[in-house]
Every structure is written in C-alpha cells, then in structure tokens.
Design a protein around this ligand. Sequence first.
Ligand SMILES: Cc1ncc(COP(=O)(O)O)c(C=O)c1O
Length: 360
Amino acid sequence: MSRNYNFCAGPAALPNEVLDQLKAEIPDWQGKGLSVMEMSHRSKEFIEIAETAKQDFIDLLEINDDYDVLFVQGGASLQFSMIPMNLLENNHALCSYLDVGQWSKKAIKEAKKFGQVEISASSADLSYKKYPKPDTWKIHPDSIFTHLVLNETIDGVCLRNLDNLPKRSLVADCSSCILSEPLDVTKFSMLYAGAQKNIGPSGLAIIVIKKDLLEEKDSLPAMMQYKTYADSDSMYNTPPTFAWYLSGMVFKWLKKNGGLTNQKNVNESKANKLYSYIDQSDFYKNDVDKESRSIMNVPFLLGEDSLNSKFLAESEGNGLLNLAGHRSVGGMRASIYNGVPEEGVDALIDFMKEFEKNNG
Ligand SMILES: Cc1ncc(COP(=O)(O)O)c(C=O)c1O
C-alpha cells in the first residue's frame, strides 16, 4: 500500500494501522462471512461494536455518568441548529456566542433562527488571529448557554488554556481538537465534534451532553431531539454503521497507543517543530497570536502569493497532500491531526526548507 502524507483539514488522515485492519476486515468481519457495512444495526454483533466504540470514547475522555454520549448524523453543522433548537425554550430566549472565526459565524447564523443571540466576545476586529481570554467574555446573566468553537479550523486559532473558563453552561464545538489531548469535560454542559478529523468518516457527529439537558421537546421532529438519541442508544433509525465502526477502530488505536496523554505529547511535538521552523524563516509566516495557536491546524503564508500554486504542485509531487489554505483565507494550511505521524511533519519541513532555498 502506497500512502502519502495527508494534511487535509477534513476529511482527514486516518492512521495506517486502522486502514490495514479495515482492509482485512472488510470482506469478512471476524469470520462471520460479511462486512460490518452489511450487518443489521440491530444484530448482536453490531450492537457490541457500537457499545464498545461508545465506551472507548468515554474511557479516552474520562467522561463521568452525568453525561450521555450520542452518535448523530448530519456532521457538526447540524449541531449548529440542534443546539439552539433543543436548549432554548422559545425565540425570545437568550444565548451567548463567542465570535472567534469562520465556524463561529456559521453557528451564530443558525442560532439566530431560534433565539436571541448576544456576542459575548469577538476577535473579528483582529481578523480572528487571537482567541479572546475567558476573563474578557461578557456573558449576560440571563443567557441560557454560551457557545464557543474551541479550535477554529480555518484560522488555526485555539483556546489552549481552559483554566479560567466561566462557570456557566458552556457548549463547545470541538470538531478539530477532540481527542488531540486530554480535555476536562466537566467544564462543559455539552460538547460535540464532527468525526472527519480525529475520529473517523465524515457525516457523523459525536455529542457529549449533560443528562439533565435531555428534555422531551414535542414541538421538534424526533430526529432533531437529543432525547430521541439518548432514549434509543442513538439507534432510533438506522445509524451510520460504517462511520461508527471505523470510529471505534480509531478509539482502540488511540487506547493502544497511550491514550490522550500520549497524543498530547506527540501533537505538541509536531506542532512545535512546524511553528519553530516557520517562525525562524523569513520566507514563511504564521501571524496567529502565539498563545492562541492551534496544535491541529497550522496556516502559513509564503513570501509571495504568486508562489502558492508552485508550492502546492511541488508538495503534491513529493507526496505531501492537501496543503492549500481554506479558500476564504488563502495561503497554506497543514492540518496535523492524530492520523498524521511525526514523520509526516518532518517530511513537510524538509520540503519547505528545500522550497525556500529554491524560491526564497
Ligand atoms: C470547527 C468546525 N465546526 C464545524 C465544522 C462543520 O463540520 P461538518 O462538515 O461535519 O458539518 C467544521 C468542518 O470542518 C469545523 O472545522
């Protein structure tokens, strides 16, 4: 199997070991003569796959019994709607949002359809290059919940220090940082993540929600209510079985490799190497505030924009894929999720050095 290094922001690189296992299991899962994709979701085999995946996720994040974990289709974007639909009583209810990047803006736009949104902090005037410190957030006393995107994938901006989070009902989009390091779930009422970065295939979102938020909402369609998922072990209808199964394989891989503490060490090492190289170079630039830098998404600009297409063509020729920055910001972006090994970052830095030598 020939594998390149994939720096895509999502759907993103999966660990090679997981793909090897998948390849072996696809035609014949554990001697049953069929693949997981062909199994009934009500079969005892699939129920065990599903329950094990859920438990492994709970173990990795050390989630306590006050929370339920739900597997929901529709990606993280559906959560932008489901959160205000489920957590707000009516269109007059107040909720707070941090405006810290492109995904925050999308979440805010949806929330405005279901309630009154106040912006408790914004870094728009800093072009989203710095995450506002928690002690500057202004949360209205009547606000039902406060939503934040913990790691803004496009801008490469992250809230790295969670020590001083306000003791309010916090809801966090962790799509691009989940499982990258340990996370104290008890600081949040709810968190969620689209699967296609550190978890598994796209289309699935995993929700961690305090059980006391799981209220019946008769006015909502069944598939839009968290309670429906909680009451049915996320199997009210046919769940995305393949995504669930493959995510479970990723969780086992993480557990086998030292869990999230090890992941934090590896991820910090990868990110530090890349930022250090960029910072000492006169050719590459990352202009995110140093304390707000993401360890998952590293955007960078070249000395001249006119070199972007050359950089992309040559990097791809060297087996380094998907380095283009998001279309809204341009430049480059290396997403260095759990599935990107440290050797991938080393290979990228070697290529960047060579490119700088030839074009700088
Ligand atoms: C932080 C963040 N939130 C939400 C989304 C949207 O996820 P989805 O495409 O699964 O709806 C993304 C996608 O990249 C993201 O990075």
